[in-house]
Design a protein around this ligand. Structure first.
Ligand code: GLN
Length: 253
């Protein structure tokens, strides 16, 4: 692989507003895992007012935010980016939407003050804030591309998310609360879009998700899903195991 084909183009949505859970750590993991394989990540920041050209990116990232940050970006998302993002994912671009970003990837979010924020509808789900926050270490059994693996992180959200029929959960809660604390589901996947409440950040402890996103993004870029060279993930596996142990010490479903 050489030249332009070896570069994944990432559109980082609202890096200034939606960044409360070390979201830049996720971007660093994507960049590093490509660099280790002789490829590159080209990051374009898409802040308030910036339009989305659906052909310009292979992968999008939307991080977490407090309700007030979300309210600012929700209006802008719908006004300047929703159409481009919907066209991009329909064309096979990949996306990772975390926590507040997960909520806005759905049809909308009714926040703790009762106000309704519009979503962009790239995932078939809806979120309404509940009376308590769902906080703690979270471990799930996730499925992507037919493969099932343990995925871990931290959750902290008031929103209760319910999936529609066009979206399946990312995984099944093993320890923690997940989408709504009731149905045992965590996150949502539709096409090449992944939404999740897992952060902390997510990708350093779960490189399998990072590689899945990179494979999808490269498939968008190149037309075919490449086989990614394996990387020695011994350190990441230790971080993952430590996080699973912490989650297991908390609430068990
Ligand atoms: N504001 C949202 C909620 O509390 C999301 C929070 C977050 O991104 N951590 O549900």
């Amino acid at each position: 692989m050489s030249g332009a084909a070896a570069t994944v183009r990432l559109g980082h949505l609202y890096p200034a507003e939606m960044n409360i859970y070390a979201d830049r750590g996720n971007i660093a993991v994507l960049a590093r895992r490509l660099a280790w394989r002789g490829m590159a990540l080209e990051v374009t920041e898409l802040g308030v007012g910036a339009p989305v050209d659906p052909a310009a990116h292979d992968l999008y990232y939307l991080g977490g935010g407090q309700d007030r940050d979300q309210a600012v970006v929700a209006e802008d998302l719908v006004a300047t980016k929703a159409e481009g993002l919907r066209a991009a994912v329909a064309d096979g671009a990949a996306a990772l939407c975390v926590c507040g970003g997960f909520q806005l990837a759905g049809h909308g979010y009714t926040g703790t003050d009762g106000s309704r924020m519009p979503g962009i509808g790239i995932l078939d789900l809806d979120t309404v804030a509940g009376p308590t926050r769902l906080i703690g270490n979270l471990a799930i059994e996730a499925e992507l591309d037919g493969e099932v693996r343990s995925v871990v992180g931290f959750e902290n959200h008031a929103g209760r998310t319910r999936l529609g029929s066009g979206c399946r959960p990312l995984g099944r809660v093993v320890h923690g609360h997940g989408n709504n604390g009731e149905d045992g589901g965590e996150g949502g996947v539709g096409g090449r879009v992944i939404g999740t409440y897992l952060h902390g950040p997510l990708l350093p402890k779960n490189p399998w998700i990072a590689d899945t996103l990179l494979r999808w993004a490269l498939a968008h870029r190149l037309g075919d899903a490449p086989v990614l060279e394996p990387i020695d993930d011994a350190l990441e596996e230790r971080a993952h195991a430590a996080a699973v142990a912490r989650a297991a010490g908390g609430r068990r479903r």
